[in-house]
Design a protein around this ligand. Structure first.
Ligand code: ADP
Length: 490
């Protein structure tokens, strides 16, 4: 196989189990649609429990040899995978745009971002250290070593179809775990393409297995893993209700869990902020992927002294954003993923307006472009009673809440069961210290809207979940500690 592929060469329609591309045992398939047009791009396997079990069987067979492989050999496979992803960044970026809808520049950006995790964990694979514990008794030696937890089940969402799965598979393989995965039903093609490149990179049969399924069949298929005692870990990115369900269902076999769940990120602009920087930071963090990002600011709190001015500055920039399908090279915001997403956005805006919010920009569907487009929107006079205050909108909507003092801003920001990302803009060094400690969130952006990095620990607190992806901490979720106590040494 040539290593540089065209988009069509990257499309796979079958499951990948034990190193082979196989149809679902039932022979069933379901269609993947382009959210920009509603057209079916490809039919992929609609898997059931039988396929999930076959994947787990393969992962169990492959585990001992992969666990015992030299770390540097696992690293070499991951480095080759990284290089192949980079060589095919353009085609992968186009595939992401095709099935997920984001503009090509963002699709390609996601490829580079996902690849950075593969490289990071390829390097980390060779740095999994244990400890020699200071001696406690004569004649006894105590050591702690790290070992892979076993088979990992990875379940991923549609908003970053490459990055979300790459940053689960890479640390799992680096740690010596084997993987069974299921991507979101809206965007399985990118994950299949990634697995194709992993196969070419030399990932041994059974070490990485991927099945696809419609939402209906995903539930029993994933349940087969949840109840399988050989599967030792679930790593999931998605909604909080599904995360809680996975935790409940896997409790019987006490699996290790990493749950990267919903957010409801606050973004606070204080009177003393650099307003230009705050607008730029808000645009970067809010409109990435059209607002369909779990770290997207959902509630923007602006102090009364700069409220109107900030609203005007923001509305000007937002009104200039170009909404278009990914095929338009100038597109900055694409279609939303599906009808369910666009209905929720419209419901939130309608509810806010009914409760007194004023529209400064946008506020409507863009039906001329297609059924899944919504104009980027700025709303003034948002209140905590509005739906968009308590639910994650997951779209290009910026509601501006007014506040008077710092304590009120922190209280409002924390008034949510979620705690993933948070952001604030201020130039007062003491305030920066207070607010960065006061916000209940796993991630805090201080005068910065772009926080993502493979070198940083990504994850939440409260009902945004637990576990961290990326950074030196990211491998811990895939490792357990074995304590060795050796006696009779004197
Ligand atoms: P979203 O609302 O963004 O689609 P979900 O949490 O519903 O987020 O989905 C994230 C991932 O979890 C997808 O791969 C989806 O197929 C999967 N999923 C959703 N519900 C279940 C379930 N009950 N059991 C197993 N997997 C599920």
């Amino acid at each position: 196989m040539a290593s540089k592929l065209e988009l069509n060469d990257l499309i796979r329609r079958d499951n990948f189990i034990d190193g082979k591309w196989v149809a679902a045992a039932s022979g069933k398939r379901f269609g993947v649609t382009n959210p920009a047009t509603g057209e079916v791009i490809a039919d992929v396997a609609d898997s059931s429990e039988a396929d999930a079990r076959a994947a787990a069987d393969a992962a169990a067979r492959a585990f001992p040899a992969w666990r015992d492989a030299l770390p540097r050999d696992r690293a070499a496979v991951l480095h080759r995978w990284h290089d192949l992803i980079m060589e095919n960044a353009n085609a992968l970026g186009r595939l992401i745009s095709l099935e997920q809808g984001k503009p090509f520049a963002e699709g390609r950006g996601e490829v580079l971002y996902g690849a950075s995790y593969v490289k990071w964990f390829a390097d980390e694979a060779t740095r999994i250290y244990g400890d020699i514990i200071p001696q406690q008794q004569r004649g006894k030696r105590m050591t702690a070593v790290k070992e892979p937890v076993g088979i990992v089940a990875a379940i991923t969402p549609w908003n970053f179809p490459l990055a979300m799965i790459a940053r689960k598979i890479a640390p799992a393989l680096a740690a010596g775990c084997t993987v069974v995965g299921k991507p979101a039903e809206d965007t399985p093609l990118t994950a299949l393409a990634l697995v194709l490149l992993a196969q070419e990179a030399g990932v041994p049969p059974g070490v990485l297995n991927l099945i696809t399924a419609s939402r209906e069949n995903a539930v029993p298929a994933v349940a087969a893993w949840l109840h399988d005692s050989r599967v030792r870990k679930i790593t999931f990115t998605g909604s909080t209700p599904v995360g809680k369900y996975l935790a409940r269902e896997s409790a019987e076999t006490l699996k290790k869990l990493s749950l990267e769940l919903g957010g409801n990120a606050p973004f606070i602009v204080f009177d003393d902020a650099d307003l230009d920087a705050a607008v730029t930071g808000l645009l970067a963090s809010k409109f990435r992927n059209g607002g369909q990002t779990c770290v997207s600011p959902n509630r923007v709190y602006v102090q009364s002294g700069v409220y109107e001015k900030f609203g005007d500055m923001l509305a000007k920039r937002v009104a200039a954003l170009k909404v278009a399908p990914a095929t338009d090279p100038d597109a900055q915001i694409g279609p939303m993923i599906n009808a369910r997403a666009i209905d929720k956005i419209a419901r939130h805006v309608d509810d806010a307006v009914a409760q007194g919010a004023r529209i400064l920009a946008g506020g409507k569907r863009l039906d001329a472009l297609g059924p899944n487009y919504y104009a980027p929107t700025v709303l003034l006079d948002a209140t905590p009673q509005m739906q968009l205050s308590c639910e994650e909108t997951f779209g290009p909507i910026v509601p501006l809440f007014r506040f008077d003092d710092e304590a009120e801003a922190i209280r409002s920001a924390n008034d949510t069961p979620f705690g993933l990302a948070s952001y604030f803009y201020s130039q007062d060094i003491r305030r920066i210290d207070r607010v960065s400690r006061g916000l209940e969130a796993g991630i805090v952006g201080i005068n910065e809207g772009a926080l993502a990095s493979e070198a940083a620990p990504f994850g939440g607190v409260k009902e945004s979940g637990y576990g961290r992806e990326g950074s030196k901490y990211g491998l811990d979720d895939y490792l357990s500690i074995r304590y060795l106590c050796q006696g009779c040494l004197e």
